[in-house]
Design a protein. Structure first.
Length: 247
């Protein structure tokens, strides 16, 4: 079992932990007050000692619950939680046979003539072979920003159908009201699998660098990239853009 997930679960359900601790503290406080009242009305020393032990036990449990509340609050707001490891998604790609390179007909004819020609003492005029031209470079298409309706949760990079190699610097805005955190996720469009978590950030960003998305471990294919911003109440807004990975 990955122990790094335990602190993240505690931070995620911190509100419920606070509520349970408060309920138990109320119960123990009520028990302590009842024991104190019974002890003040007791006629025998044994009854007063039993009431005192109940008061001490209830007070100890209240102190322990307060320590749990303080620890959960510190873990949720002041401790950098370890990030869970993400398992790469493997997509099977068809293996194609590489075509055997063939020489042009003019080059084959020239090679045959050179191999069959006998050496002579007469001077021959050299013929110029056709010059090889380098293929023209394919122009890089411009980056088209994601078409997301919320201006406070938006992506400038990666753009729509942008081709990514080893990774990309994500740029945009994640600044939701009552902000708590934002996350990166991705999904394969080729096999229609589930969303995979990448990383979580806890500081809002306005028109700047949001973080790095590494893609060297992912196979070539078509994907969706998601930026999701979450507020302290658990409400979220997403911005999704289609991309392609090609190594």
């Amino acid at each position: 079992m990955n122990l790094s997930i335990i602190p993240r679960l505690i931070a995620r359900y911190a509100v419920w932990i606070y509520i349970l601790c408060a309920l138990f503290m109320v119960l123990y406080l009520r028990a302590a007050l009842t024991a104190r009242r019974e002890g003040s009305q007791a006629l025998f020393s044994l009854e007063r000692e039993a009431s005192a032990r109940r008061i001490y036990r209830s007070s100890g449990m209240i102190i322990m619950l307060l320590a749990i509340v303080v620890g959960v609050y510190a873990l949720s707001h002041y401790v950098d939680l370890p990030e869970p490891e993400t398992s790469p998604v493997f997509v099977s790609t068809p293996v194609t046979e590489e075509a055997t390179p063939t020489l042009p007909a003019s080059m084959l004819t020239l090679e045959a003539e050179m191999s069959t020609a006998a050496p002579t003492a007469t001077q021959t005029r050299a013929t110029r072979s056709p010059a090889l031209t380098a293929p023209l470079a394919t122009p890089t298409p411009p980056v088209v920003a994601a078409n997301c309706p919320q201006p406070n949760v938006n992506l400038f990079q990666p753009g729509q159908n942008q081709v990514i190699n080893e990774g990309i610097q994500v740029r945009g805005t994640a600044n939701k009201d009552n902000f708590d955190r934002y996350e990166f996720k991705f999904q394969s469009r080729d096999i229609q699998d589930e969303w995979h978590w990448v990383q979580t950030f806890y500081a809002p960003v306005e028109n700047g660098d949001l973080g790095w998305w590494p893609t060297s471990h992912l196979p070539d294919g078509n994907y969706r990239f998601m930026l999701i911003a979450i507020d302290k109440s658990g409400n979220s807004q997403e911005c999704v853009v289609p991309v392609a990975i090609k190594h």
